[in-house]
Design a protein around this ligand. Structure first.
Ligand code: NAD
Length: 256
């Protein structure tokens, strides 16, 4: 259903971004992958995805903490029909101990990057009369947790940006929405499990149920495939009137 569309997914060499890129490629879209590195592995991921799904996939390096590089990514990719703002980082510390430069960096990567890529991508979408902008927010775009000041502030900001963009493009064939995942099983999260098992003296299943998924009523991780499927749905004709809103994929977290 997405043949002839070109998608850019920021921060897409691992985790959710990679899962979303794979889902879009599987639906027939040409894909531009991105991260801040320029390693042979990055280009190899693009080549493997192109081979697997028989679509055009390329990799473009750009650091999403730098506004000019965000805009240059869109320009270098030749614009896009689907923009997924996924790049994001986390830091956990009480406010008094939160390093100011880390606050700035999280706000830059998790929030400001979307402002820059959207500004750069919109003229092309308007000219073609079609576009899908999907911002990877979080359950932390709707609720808070202690010690995640910058992340929670940035993700709430991203939800606000999502609504504003939706209003500015309403009726122009372009939608803008945010996906709010709860805990998703990515390599990053998987890597925390052994540590948590040691810290709490629990087995894998117990640490997942009682510690990691304590706030996720389903007590099950969401998967990158499910986030990918939600993204493809938002790109479909069925979702053409869904705009300026959030879709939670959080096992009931925000229902609590
Ligand atoms: P991840 O660390 O596996 O992926 C993050 C991606 O962003 C990586 O590809 C990384 O290379 C890229 N990135 C980091 N800094 C960058 C920069 N300066 N420039 C360009 N790319 C950069 O993490 P993930 O869990 O897949 O998270 C992806 C997004 O989903 C993030 O925005 C995160 O906040 C959000 N999210 C994740 C979860 C979860 O449980 N994993 C839950 C809710 C929301």
């Amino acid at each position: 259903p997405l043949e002839g569309r070109h998608a850019i997914v920021t921060g897409s060499t691992s985790g959710i971004g990679l899962g979303v890129a794979r889902a879009l490629a599987g639906a027939g879209a040409a894909v531009t992958l991105n991260s801040f590195t320029d390693r042979p592995e990055d280009h190899a991921i693009a080549q493997a995805m192109a081979d697997e799904f028989s679509v055009t996939v390329r990799y473009i390096r750009a650091d999403m903490s730098q506004g000019e590089e965000c805009r240059a990514l869109i320009a270098q990719a030749g614009g896009c029909d689907i923009l997924v703002n996924n790049a994001g980082i986390q830091h956990v510390a009480p406010i008094e101990d939160f390093p100011p430069e880390t606050w700035d960096r999280i706000l830059a990567i998790n929030l400001a990057s979307a402002f820059h890529t959207i500004a750069a991508a919109l003229p092309g979408m308007r000219a073609r009369g079609w576009g899908r902008i999907i911002n990877m927010a979080s359950a932390h775009g709707l609720t808070a947790s202690p010690y995640k000041a910058a992340y929670v502030a940035a993700k709430h900001g991203l939800v606000g940006l999502t609504k504003t963009v939706a209003l500015e493009v309403a009726g122009q064939g372009i939608t803008c929405n945010a996906i709010c995942p709860g805990y998703v099983l990515t390599p990053l999260v998987e890597a925390q499990i052994p540590d948590q098992m040691r810290t709490h003296g629990m087995d894998r299943e117990t640490v997942i149920r009682e510690v990691m998924l304590a706030r996720q009523p389903s007590r099950q991780f969401a998967t990158v495939e499910q986030i990918g499927g939600t993204t493809v749905f938002l790109c479909s004709e069925a979702a053409a009137q869904i705009t300026g809103t959030t879709i939670s994929v959080d096992g009931g977290w925000t229902a609590l």
